[in-house]
Each structure stands twice: as structure tokens, then as C-alpha cells.
Design a binder for this molecule. Structure first.
Ligand SMILES: [Cu+2]
Length: 331
């Protein structure tokens, strides 16, 4: 091939690669990973994507170049030259993809093996799906409607179902696992950052499927131990305390009556002062609005980071308990 043609091919290839890369990089395809497993999965994703972009740009370049360069003239009725194969070319275009596909397989196999390792002492949480809710049961026998996990520790989710097939998914954890009646499927999660992330059922399981949502709150290891310990006492404490703990409020908020030490949101011990500052009606109204409609008023110095799920997730009676509990505990 002449030098000019090679340059043209290269030019088209670089352009195709640039366009594909723009799509790959500038669209937020994936949420921020929140576990070590998710980070590895994202690595495989990008490893594969980069290979795909490289192959795409070479193919696109050859295609575009050939379409333009070898286009038949308007009055050219002649047959094309009788070319029959090109052994060298065929070897090349078989060998290169074989190497690439093998590389993807090896990287995937390593990540798959690593992501299955729960270490010697994992925290085992039993996950039970029912139409249409999740239950998360801890080694101390306590169970909750939301999942609370410690940051930095291997967690083994032991997933099953009481009725039909469901599927456990949290986008930030990047892993999915079916919940099948009579079967225990394992998923290893090692949370890598604190926060609250959605948990979603991804197997059409009946009329309420779309509502089968919960969330996972990742706390610091210390915060988690306190939560689990006080969670064990939740039944004996104020009814609002149990609601506070079951919904993982302590992962983000400090609140002395609940031994909560979260730092993501405002300190709830100062609620009276905050309510006065916010000037949005009486304390209990302000607290209720802050829980069911956090976006209505954003505390100064914070962002709208509180989940917008509690309004639909906490039943009215429990919400009342929670509001009372917070309003009374506030100074
Ligand atoms: Cu389901």
C-alpha cells in the first residue's frame, strides 16, 4: 500500500477511535463503585471496552477507506477481479482476535475467582426475598428490611427466596444474584465506601415487582459494630429507635440517644436549633418533612444527599414513631 493510503487509513482509524472513546468516557454508564468487587468488575469492563474500541476503529477505517477508494464509477459494469482469499491476511485476522479474546477470558477468570473469595471470617448476612420485600438477617438473629454493611469487611450474602424467583441487585455493588426458593446462592461483597445505595429486585416476580426496592447503607466498621449491638437491643428501646436503626439513619447522622455517629448529614442532636434556623413550622413538621421530602429544605453546608426513599418506604405509623423519637431526643 502507498504511504498516502496508509496515512488515510490511520486518520480514519484515529477519528473512529476518538468518536467511540467519547461515547465510552463521557456517558456515565456505570455508577461509582462501592465495593472492591465492583472496582474489579469495572476494570474488566474498561479493559474489554478499550479492546473493542481498538478493533472497532481498525474495522471502521478499512471499511470507510474501501468504500471511498474502491467505489465503482457510474458506468463501470465490469466484474471485479477474481480474488480468492489471502492466507496471510486470514491468519492475521484470526490470530489477533484469538489473542484478544484469550486476554479478556484470563482477566475475567482472575476477577471472577477473586470476587468469589470471602476470606476466613466473613460477616454472613442471610438475604430472604419474598413478594415484594427483602429481609436481611444478621448472625445475632435480628432481621431488618434494609441492608447495613461495614466498610472494608468481607460480607457473604446468603441469598434465598420464600416464594418465587427474585434477584438481588445493587448497581453500586455491580453484582447480581438470583434468589431461588430452596436454594442458597452466595454473593461476596466487600464495601469500599460509606453511603446509602439502592437494592433492587431484577427478576419480574409479580405485580409488586417494581416496588420491591430497599437500600444498603455502608457504615464505618466502628459505626457498624455499634449499630449491630444496639440493633440487638432495638426491640426493648423506644419504638422510634428501632425505625431509626432499621433504616440506617445512623450511617449518616450523629444522634446521641441512638449511639449514632454518622457524619454525612447534620447532627440530629441539634434539631431544635436547625428547625428554628430553617423556619419551616413546628419541630415535628420540620422533622417529618426532612425525612419524607429531604429536597424541600437542604441544611446549609450540605447537599441533597439524603435518600428520597423514606417517604415511600417507612409506613405511616413507623414514621410517626420516628418523628416523635427524633423531636423528643433533640435539644
Ligand atoms: Cu422480586
Amino acid at each position: 500500500m502507498r504511504r498516502g493510503s496508509v496515512l488515510q487509513l490511520l486518520g480514519i482509524a484515529v477519528l473512529a477511535a476518538a468518536i467511540a472513546s467519547l461515547f465510552a468516557i463521557f456517558i456515565g454508564w456505570l455508577p461509582d463503585p462501592a465495593s472492591e468487587e465492583a472496582k474489579r468488575i469495572h476494570f474488566v469492563y474498561w479493559f474489554t471496552t478499550v479492546i473493542c474500541i481498538a478493533v472497532f476503529s481498525v474495522v471502521a477505517a478499512v471499511l470507510a477507506y474501501s468504500v471511498v477508494k474502491f467505489r465503482a464509477g457510474p458506468d463501470d459494469d465490469s466484474d471485479g477481479p477474481p480474488i480468492h482469499g489471502h492466507t496471510k491476511l486470514e491468519i492475521v485476522w484470526t490470530a489477533i482476535p484469538a489473542v484478544l479474546v484469550t486476554a479478556i477470558s484470563i482477566v475475567s477468570a482472575i476477577v471472577l475467582a477473586q470476587n468469589g473469595k470471602a476470606g476466613a471470617n466473613p460477616l454472613v448476612v442471610k438475604v430472604t426475598a419474598v413478594q415484594f420485600a427483602w429481609r436481611f438477617t444478621y448472625p445475632n438473629g435480628k432481621s431488618f428490611g434494609v441492608l447495613t454493611l461495614p466498610k472494608g469487611r468481607h460480607v457473604k450474602l446468603d441469598i434465598t427466596s420464600n416464594d418465587v424467583i427474585h434477584s438481588f441487585w445493587s448497581p453500586e455493588l455491580s453484582q447480581k444474584q438470583d434468589a431461588v426458593p430452596g436454594q442458597h446462592n452466595m454473593l461476596v461483597v466487600t464495601p469500599s465506601r460509606t453511603g446509602t445505595f439502592p437494592v433492587i429486585c431484577t427478576e419480574l416476580c409479580g405485580l409488586g415487582h417494581a416496588l420491591m426496592r430497599s437500600h444498603v447503607t455502608v457504615m464505618t466498621a466502628g459505626g457498624f459494630d455499634t449499630w449491630l449491638k444496639s440493633g440487638g437491643r432495638a426491640g426493648g428501646g423506644a419504638p422510634g429507635l428501632a425505625v431509626f436503626q432499621q433504616n440506617g439513619c445512623g450511617g449518616c447522622h450523629t444522634f446521641k440517644p441512638a449511639n449514632a455517629t454518622g457524619k454525612v448529614g447534620p447532627d440530629l442532636d441539634n434539631l431544635k436549633e436547625e428547625a428554628a434556623k430553617a423556619n419551616r413550622g413546628p419541630l415535628d413538621k420540620f422533622v417529618e418533612e426532612s425525612i419524607v421530602k429531604p429536597e424541600a429544605y437542604i441544611a446549609p453546608g450540605y447537599t441533597d444527599a439524603m435518600p428520597h426513599i423514606f417517604g415511600s418506604q417507612i409506613p405511616p405509623d413507623k414514621l410517626k414513631q420516628l418523628v416523635q423519637y427524633l423531636s423528643r431526643g433533640a435539644k
